[in-house]
Design a protein around this ligand. Structure first.
Ligand code: ADP
Ligand code: MG
Length: 701
């Protein structure tokens, strides 16, 4: 089959036409034959099984039952009526129910003659009923060809309204196989197919749409999932390799006096093994002649800042400037404070640029950046303004990557004649599975070890009714000299209500913790940045003991003396957010606590989230649970990624297949980077097709 044939517009397929084509396009994204071929069933109905009525389960499954109608009646109801048949087999009875076409059915149904009925059962006041069953006389049924597994395709309301039912899709699929004779180009090499015992492409496509039996269906699914993940990985890895060849980077080949002097004289603590390893990985990138594009993952408190600082020193050692961009003013500020302190006595100059830096203060910053006397610039989005021009930007570090879009990343990139090395730091633990698929084109370093001496945070779940006890606990901790966070949810849709909750909470806390013995800070989104900073500063410097806040403090804020994190309405937070919030404590030497306050009304999912938080402090474990609960679509930063458009593979469930696909893609490209070898011809063609017709890069980055 000429592969171009599959690019025929779907309107040309017999049985489609312009009207249906439009609906197929808008509802299912089917533009050409190929798209229909790749519309894979969501599930299959097993029609090889016949159920006895007394075996039926209350779980609303699709079932097939043989029996007779012994009685037929019309029952009046609020609006109109329903037709009810009493249907029996030798084990029991159930009801068949119709709301539409009652007249026709009444006239055509035969009593006391065996039928095969098929449909979804409901358990309703002590009896199973099946609304609008598919029905066939047993004698007819036995004559017909048996369809073992009937595919159920994705559907939408509009498709239904336009008469494009599952049956119609099935028919179109048959037509497609007829027109193509079921012959499709093989897309994987013989070697790979042999090694992995994969079903050939033709058989896979046939069995996914018209499964002969369970076993072949399973094989078809495996093969198609593998193929899908394999080609995504192939493209990501190829892109990464290409990037390394083409995009030359500044070569930081000097490990010079600044880095070494800092290591010898200014390091405030011994680096952890993981920090050392990650710095080595970064150094290898910087000296490789290619532009670095690295994601640095490390749980909250794992010590990413020092890695950032040492990377910046490498830039200085090679006579380049560096910048660090943070998502909020508070964070940029903290970074600035912390990093300036680390750099004391090194001779490196460092300044802060955020939206609230005054015009008069900006001018010297701009000038010193341009003449190169300013080495490091830390700030927010303000760094992206056109006025900000570096003399020689060699390194851009982006903290908390998920707050920045790709467009912003590339804007930084264009600040200079050559792209700076890029280090993206994130505390959002992205499960490896997902990271592999989403950021296959970035290199990844992981700090998977916390600095020594940290005591794991104790986490408990308390109901609102126990508030007095919790307040008592807070009082004791404050007496010991500790500080407390109390966090309220803030969700856009209910902003006004949330704000009220926060204020009510604040008032009741202020009553229980009166001045002058207790001092309370409050920070929320409605405050002006300078007011926020003022309140933050009071808390950071220990002037206040309690910080009441919305989630603005979620990211990065570092107050080692704070040892208690109380999260109000914790059931309303997502797992990754809860974990981020908890990471605000446990930064000092003292035992820290996280108290999750909730009402008694909890969904199962909320319960799982709370239990997970209480059970573990491990960000990656939490991220895995999160991924399982919500699927990849809701994990931050994945919205625009192609991974959501997977046709058959499931990023969570097919983790093992993904790993294997990545492994084989890597092997292939190592062995034959441009897929020139004759044995890889099939894959070269498939790859070229993919690039030609569906450029995955467009939707991955
Ligand atoms: P994050 O990865 O969340 O940005 P930070 O870089 O803010 O973490 O580090 C958290 C805290 O741990 C800081 O107070 C920092 O000084 C401290 N820290 C970092 N690395 C080490 C280490 N190797 N030994 C001891 N303390 C460390
Ligand atoms: Mg940090």
């Amino acid at each position: 089959m000429n592969p171009g044939f599959l690019q025929t517009p779907i309107a040309y397929l017999k049985g489609v036409g312009p009207n249906r084509a439009e609906t197929l396009q808008s509802e299912l994204g089917i533009h050409v034959y190929q798209d229909l071929l790749n519309l894979f069933p969501n599930r299959y109905i097993d029609k090889t099984k016949y159920h006895k009525i007394n075996e039926l389960q209350k779980s609303n499954a699709d079932v097939q039952v043989i029996g007779k109608i012994v009685h037929l009646k019309t029952v009046a109801q609020k609006r109109g009526s329903r037709l009810v048949a009493k249907f029996v087999d030798d084990t029991g009875e159930m009801e068949l129910v119709w709301f539409r076409s009652q007249k026709w059915i009444r006239e055509n149904l035969k009593l006391n003659i065996p039928y095969v009925v098929f449909g979804r059962t409901n358990w309703y006041s002590g009896m199973f009923s099946m609304p609008h069953p598919e029905m066939e006389l047993l004698t007819e049924h036995e004559k017909n060809l048996k369809v073992g597994m009937q595919p159920v395709y994705p559907s939408t309301e509009k498709l239904g309204n336009k008469g494009i039912t599952n049956r119609v899709i099935g028919k179109l699929m048959q037509q497609l196989f007829l027109e193509t004779k079921g012959k499709f180009q093989e897309t994987l090499s013989d070697k790979l197919s042999y090694e992995l015992k994969l079903l050939p492409k033709n058989e896979s496509l046939f069995n996914i749409h018209f499964p002969k039996n369970q076993e072949l269906l399973a094989k078809a699914r495996f093969r198609l999932k593998f193929e899908e993940l394999f080609y995504i990985q192939l493209q990501l890895i190829a892109k990464n390799m290409l990037h390394k060849q083409k995009i030359k980077g500044f070569n930081f080949d000097q490990v010079g006096t600044l880095f070494n002097a800092f290591y010898a004289n200014h390091l405030p603590f011994e680096l952890t093994g993981a920090q050392k390893r990650v710095i080595k990985e970064i150094r290898a990138d910087l000296g490789s002649n290619a532009q670095m594009n690295r994601l640095l993952q490390g749980d909250v408190g794992s010590g990413k800042t020092i890695v950032a600082v040492m990377t910046m020193l490498l830039a200085m050692d090679n006579s380049f400037q560096a910048c660090l961009m943070a998502p909020t003013e508070i964070l940029a500020n903290q970074h600035y404070q912390g990093i300036s302190k680390l750099l004391e006595g090194t001779g490196v100059s460092c300044k802060l640029l955020t939206g609230s830096v005054k015009k008069s203060a900006r001018k010297p910053i701009h000038e010193q950046l341009e003449d190169g006397t300013l080495h490091i610039l830390i700030g927010t989005h303000a760094l992206l303004e056109d006025k900000v021009k570096f003399k020689n930007l060699g390194l851009a570090i982006i903290d908390e990557q998920h707050r920045f879009g790709v467009a912003q990343r590339s804007k930084l990139w264009h600040k200079n004649d050559y792209p700076p090395h890029i280090l993206v730091m994130t505390a959002t633990p992205i499960p490896r599975t997902l990271a592999m698929s989403l950021y296959g084109d970035l290199d990844i370093s992981v700090i998977d070890e916390l600095p020594p001496g940290r005591k794991p945070i104790k986490t408990v779940h308390r109901y609102d009714g126990n508030r007095l006890k919790v307040f008592g606990f807070i009082r004791d901790e404050i007496k010991k000299g500790r500080q407390i966070y109390i966090v309220y949810p803030l969700i856009q849709e209910s902003e006004a209500l949330d704000y009220k909750d926060l204020m009510d909470g604040y008032e009741s806390i202020a009553r229980d913790f009166p001045q002058p013995e207790f001092q309370i800070s409050i920070v929320h989104g409605k405050m002006k940045p300078p007011d926020k900073d003022y309140e933050m500063e009071r808390f950071v410097s220990g002037k206040t003991q309690i910080m009441v806040a919305t989630t603005v403090i979620e990211v990065g804020v570092n107050v080692p003396n704070a040892s208690v994190m109380i999260i109000e309405s914790a059931e309303r937070f997502g797992l990754s957010q809860l974990h981020q919030l908890r990471g605000r404590v446990g930064r000092g030497a003292d035992q820290s606590f996280c108290i999750l306050m909730t009402s008694h009304k909890l969904s199962n999912e909320a319960k799982t989230r709370l239990e997970t938080m209480v059970r573990t402090n491990d960000g990656f474990e939490i991220a895995e649970v999160d991924l399982k609960l919500r699927g990849p679509g809701d994990i931050m930063g994945t919205q625009q990624s192609g991974i959501l458009n997977l046709k058959i593979a499931d990023i969570v469930k097919d983790n093992e297949i993904l790993k294997s696909a990545r492994y084989y893609a890597m092997q292939l490209l190592k062995d034959d980077p441009s897929l020139e070898k004759p044995e890889n011809l099939a894959m070269r063609h498939a790859y070229a097709q993919l690039i030609k017709y569906k450029n995955i890069w467009n939707y991955i980055s």
